[in-house]
Design a protein around this ligand. Structure first.
Ligand code: GDP
Ligand code: MG
Length: 291
C-alpha cells in the first residue's frame, strides 16, 4: 500500500509556518524571518518514503487583502484550503484568536482532516498551553490538537506520524527523486530576497521584487543575472547605497549562499531597476509569477 497527498500549512503571519515546514522537510527551502508577509509564493516541499509521499505547501500568512499583491496571496490560502488532503492549522501560544474570521469559518466547515498545532510552547508555561488547548478545542472540535515547538523540533515526529495516518492511499504524485517542484532560479531569487530583508529597514524589502533574468550553467561556474525591481527612484538609491556599497554587500552574501546551495562557483550580477507600479498591475503580478 502506498500513501500520498497534499499537506497544506495555514495560519496567521509569524506563528511559525515556515519554520515548521522546514523542520518537517529537513531542508531550508522557505524564507524564515520575523517580519510579516515574506512568504509570497506557494512553496512546496516533498518528503518521500518507501511507501509514502507527503507534498507540503507553505502558504503566506492569512491576511485581509489591501492591495493586489495581498489579494493574490489570499488566493494561495484559498487554494491551500481546497486542494489539501490534510490541513496543518498553525497557531502559536500567543495568538488569542484567528486573525482572519472568513478563513477560520472555512476551516470549521471543511471536511478535510485538520491537525491544529499550537506552536512555540517553549516560550510559555504549562497553564497557558492548557488554556490554549481548551480554547482551540472548543473552537474547532473536530481538529486534533498537538502542542509543538517548530524551532526546537519538539513533537515534530508526532506530527509526522499523524500526517502519515491521515494521508489517503495514492500512488506518488511527483518523481520520488525530486525534492521540490520549483526550479533552481526560484531558490536563487528567494535567497537574494532574504539578503535584501536582512540588509534593509522598513518598507524597502516589501516594495521590491527579485527576478532572475538569466541562469547559465557552465562547466566550472554558474552565471546568474538578477534584477531587483523597486517602485521609486529614492528606493533605488537606498538599495544601491553609497558608491554601490549596500548592493555589493547583498550581492556577496547572496552569492556565497547560492554557491553553498548549488554546490558550485557562482558569478552573480545584480541590477536595480525602477518599475513604478508593479504592485498594482495584475499583468505585472503575472509576469512576476504570482498567478
Ligand atoms: P510564518 O510567518 O508563520 O512562516 O513564521 P516563521 O516560520 O517565519 O517564524 C516566525 C518567527 O517565529 C521566527 O523568528 C521563528 O524563528 C520563530 N519561531 C518559529 N517557531 C518557533 C518556536 O517553536 N519557538 C520559538 N521560540 N520561536 C519560533
Ligand atoms: Mg512564512
Amino acid at each position: 500500500m502506498h500513501k500520498a497527498g497534499f499537506v497544506n500549512i495555514i495560519g496567521s503571519p509569524n506563528v511559525g509556518k515556515s519554520t515548521l515546514m522546514n523542520g518537517l522537510v529537513g531542508e531550508r527551502i522557505s524564507i524564515i524571518t520575523s517580519k510579516h508577509q515574506t512568504t509570497r509564493h506557494r512553496i512546496m516541499g516533498i518528503v518521500n518514503g518507501d511507501d509514502f509521499q507527503i507534498v507540503y505547501s507553505d502558504t503566506p500568512g492569512v491576511l485581509k487583502p489591501h492591495y493586489k499583491l495581498q489579494e493574490s496571496m489570499m488566493n494561495f490560502v484559498s487554494l491551500a484550503l481546497t486542494d489539501a488532503d490534510v490541513i496543518l492549522f498553525v497557531t502559536d501560544i500567543f495568538e488569542n484568536e484567528m486573525n482572519h474570521p472568513e478563513t477560520f469559518e472555512r476551516l470549521q466547515k471543511t471536511s478535510t482532516p485538520i491537525l491544529l498545532l499550537i506552536n512555540k510552547i517553549d516560550l510559555k508555561d504549562q497553564a497557558r498551553m492548557e488554556e490554549r488547548v481548551k480554547y482551540w478545542g472548543e473552537k474547532l472540535p473536530k481538529a486534533q490538537i498537538l502542542p509543538i515547538s517548530a524551532l526546537h523540533k519538539l513533537n515534530l515526529d508526532f506530527v509526522f506520524k499523524k500526517i502519515i495516518e491521515l494521508l489517503p492511499e495514492n500512488p506518488p504524485y511527483f518523481d520520488k527523486e525530486a525534492l521540490t517542484d520549483k526550479p533552481l532560479r526560484f531558490f536563487v531569487s528567494e535567497i537574494i530576497r532574504e539578503k535584501i530583508l536582512q540588509n534593509y529597514e522598513k518598507e524597502i524589502p516589501y516594495s521590491c521584487e527579485v527576478v532572475v533574468e538569466s541562469y547559465k550553467e557552465e562547466p566550472n561556474i554558474t552565471k546568474i543575472e538578477a534584477v531587483i525591481y523597486v517602485s521609486r527612484d529614492s528606493q533605488k538609491g537606498i538599495m544601491i547605497g553609497h558608491q554601490g556599497s549596500k548592493l555589493k554587500k547583498v550581492g556577496t552574501e547572496a552569492r556565497l549562499e547560492i554557491e553553498e546551495f548549488i554546490g558550485k562557483k557562482v558569478f552573480l550580477k545584480l541590477d536595480v531597476k525602477v518599475d513604478k507600479d508593479w504592485r498594482e498591475t495584475e499583468a505585472k503580478l503575472k509576469r512576476f509569477g504570482y498567478n
